[in-house]
Write a protein of this length. Structure first.
Length: 191
């Protein structure tokens, strides 16, 4: 199977319920701004919070200016479309280092890193697994867990996220250092 594309909804579990409706409304505009939706979630006990996690399409880390840009665009759309019937707080953020894995291609992208998966249906009598991501084969997530390689259908996935490890932190720090070095170059020296 060819790699899943960003637009292929069969290979995305980014948002549910009202969050999915909000995603449908805002994803095109965020895309024009150079962002992908990682997840949208509406929750909160006392006051509703609309959490919008974004990542940059160019692979760079999301910064405060990116969140502000996305927040302004989202506010304009949500004010006009008004999909949420109650008052809410809008929270725009990066997915963080130990990010949720919401698209099939995330499991290839982060191969080698430790991840925690929760399934909607049991696999070999279990619903929760932690192991090293080993990529994707067809629509199956490959996970090295307890000395075995599991092949778990993406459709059976309830949720997944990276586990914070020294290796993941080091990779993130290297990316930040490379971005800082690139930002320090004169415009003609940037790649």
């Amino acid at each position: 199977m060819a790699a899943a594309t960003r637009a292929d909804n069969r290979y995305r579990k980014t948002s549910e319920g009202l969050g999915a409706e909000v995603e449908r409304l805002v994803a095109p505009t965020l895309g024009e701004l150079g962002f992908d939706v990682v997840r949208i979630h509406l929750g909160g006990d006392r006051r509703a919070t609309l959490q919008v996690m974004i990542e940059r399409r160019d692979g760079r880390n999301v910064n405060v200016d990116d969140c502000a840009t996305a927040s302004r665009a989202l506010s304009a759309i949500l004010d006009v479309e008004d999909p949420i019937p109650t008052a809410y707080l809008l929270e725009v953020s990066s997915p963080g280092i130990d990010r949720p894995l919401t698209r099939l291609d995330d499991f290839s992208r982060f191969a080698g890193h430790l991840a925690r998966l929760e399934l909607s249906v049991p696999h070999d009598g279990r619903k929760r697994f932690t192991g090293a991501l080993a990529g994707v084969e067809d629509d199956k997530i490959l996970l090295d867990c307890d000395g075995d390689r599991l092949a778990v259908s993406f459709t059976a996935l309830a949720k997944a996220k990276l586990v914070l490890t020294d290796a993941l932190i080091a990779e993130h720090q290297e990316a930040e250092a490379a971005e800082a070095a690139d930002a320090a170059l004169p415009e003609e020296g940037k790649h």
